[in-house]
Design a protein around this ligand. Structure first.
Ligand SMILES: *Cc1c(COP(=O)(O)O)cnc(C)c1O
Length: 467
């Protein structure tokens, strides 16, 4: 193992050999990378032994904390048997047991589990299943070939998932790879596209969704949605009842409801799955991130029995779902995912989380009052704090000023790791975080926002972003 004293060497090699995701490498090459070597619970430590709170659960994946003994043991035990064997033509105990456990926990009606490698591929699988489903269910119809999604949505970085994405910066330059889709206004209440206010708006943002479905349902295979929270666009929280209305519209116009629970799944919103807040069963559901407790990459797409049955037939009818990956259903990943679900039960994670969700709400109140905080959105353990240049007019900071980034850097100096989304400061603690850690996170977030966005006291630190 590399001794920690080799930090400088590692930093040089990082800048020489690595290409980091979603990172301007020209800037990265000028900085000293923070190199994480260890973790325990909600804490990570770097090669020099400095400790940081993991404020975004290592990009939204960690659930029960780092180095959880049950999860660690599950991987070691499986490693004592076999690291990998394929699901193409063979099966494995962890893949079988996990599929059964997922079906038991999922919104009722989802009865089949198809594995893939990550969130993007889980979504990709859902899109392909939806297209093939309609072809096989009604071969004469054959016209349901596009998807309806929300503006500002994010469903991953592979081509199909990008096609139903609504964040211009992540998709427009890849236009030649994308398929045409249809986008509708999102429920972004703070900057309502219709300048209305909830609840007097009566969710007017659903009207364009309905009129699109009414006019074009014959060409729409599925409506894809991040239930309750549009995460990557800045934790946009939908008003209560929105998802249930979407479900009703999909049923009415015979369009599959595809729930992307990649970010919201596994307790993030305070229930196992976000759909369960509104008693919604989607036709297809994509999960990943929290599935393995944040240990290993694994994705899964859950389908209803109706969809599954449409793929049955004689061999030569070619109704097979022709899709799969080399590591589909990897036994190590399935074993740790199973242990993840077991810890939810033994530690009563969801029940014990409820008090922490309320505490977090209370801790965020002083943050919401800050001069340059326009909106604080929270759903369970998903929090977005939208920074604004002007609170009265909601005027945003120009993205090039990187307000969120500087707040994250200031938080890091104070011992909290964050990764913002533009002007939105994200807080997504592991579900196992303690009350003490939670208040420390909130205190650091508040202090960091003040340092960066508010004029300094005489002799104080220089501010980074001009109000
Ligand atoms: C992160 C995310 C994805 C993509 O998952 P990857 O594992 O990064 O491919 C898809 N959908 C949503 C809602 C996400 O938050």
């Amino acid at each position: 193992m590399m001794p920690s004293s080799d930090t400088k060497q590692l930093a040089d090699w990082d800048r020489r050999y690595l290409w980091h995701p979603f990172t301007q490498m020209q800037e990265w090459e000028q900085e000293t990378p923070l190199i994480i070597e260890r973790g325990r619970g909600a804490w990570l430590s770097d090669t020099q032994g400095r400790k940081y709170l993991d404020g975004v659960s290592s990009i939204w994946v960690n659930v029960h904390g780092h180095r959880h003994p049950t999860l660690d043991r599950a991987i070691r035990t499986q490693l004592g048997k076999v690291a990998h064997s394929t699901l193409l033509g063979l099966s494995s105990p962890p893949a079988i047991a996990l599929a059964r456990a997922l079906v038991k926990l999922a919104p009722c009606g989802l009865t089949r589990v198809f594995y893939s490698d990550d969130g993007s591929t889980a979504v990709e699988v859902a899109l392909k299943m939806a297209l093939q489903y309609w072809r096989q269910r009604d071969p004469k119809a054959g016209s349901k070939r596009t998807f309806l999604h929300l503006q500002l949505s994010y469903h991953g970085d592979t081509a199909g998932a990008m096609s139903i994405g609504g964040i211009g910066l992540f998709r427009d330059r890849f236009a030649p790879l994308l398929v045409p889709t249809i986008a509708a206004e999102p429920p972004y209440c703070y900057r309502c596209p219709f300048q209305k206010t909830y609840p007097s708006c009566r969710m007017a943002c659903l009207d364009p969704v309905e009129s699109l479905l009414k006019r074009r349902h014959r060409e729409i295979a599925g409506l894809v949605i991040e239930p309750l929270v549009q995460a990557a666009s800045g934790m946009l929280t939908a008003p209560p009842g929105y998802l249930a209305r979407i479900r009703a519209l999909c049923t009415k116009y015979e369009v599959l409801l595809i729930a992307d629970e990649v970010a919201t799944g596994f307790g993030r919103t305070g229930r196992m799955f976000a759909c369960q807040h509104e008693r919604v069963t989607p036709d297809l559901m994509a999960v990943s991130k929290g599935l393995t407790g944040g240990y290993l990459p694994l994705g899964a797409t859950l389908a209803t029995e109706d969809i599954y049955r449409a793929f049955l037939g004689q061999y030569g009818e070619w109704k097979t779902f022709f899709h799969g990956h080399s590591y589909t259903g990897n036994p190590l990943a399935c074993a740790v995912a199973l242990a993840n679900l077991e810890v939810f039960r033994t530690e009563r994670t969801l029940a014990r989380m409820q008090g922490k969700i309320r505490t977090l709400r209370r801790l965020l109140k002083p943050v919401a009052r800050l001069a340059h905080v326009g909106d604080v959105r929270q759903r369970g353990f998903m929090v977005g704090i939208e920074l604004v240049k002007n609170r009265a007019t909601k005027e945003p900071y120009p993205l090039t000023e990187r307000a969120g980034h500087w707040v994250a850097m200031e938080a890091r100096r104070r011992g909290l790791l964050l990764r913002p989304l533009g002007n939105v400061v994200v807080l997504m603690p592991p579900l196992a975080v303690t009350m003490t850690e939670l208040s420390r996170m909130a205190a650091i977030v508040r202090a960091a926002i003040r340092t960066i966005t508010e004029p300094p006291a005489p002799g104080g630190r220089r501010r980074r972003v001009r109000p």
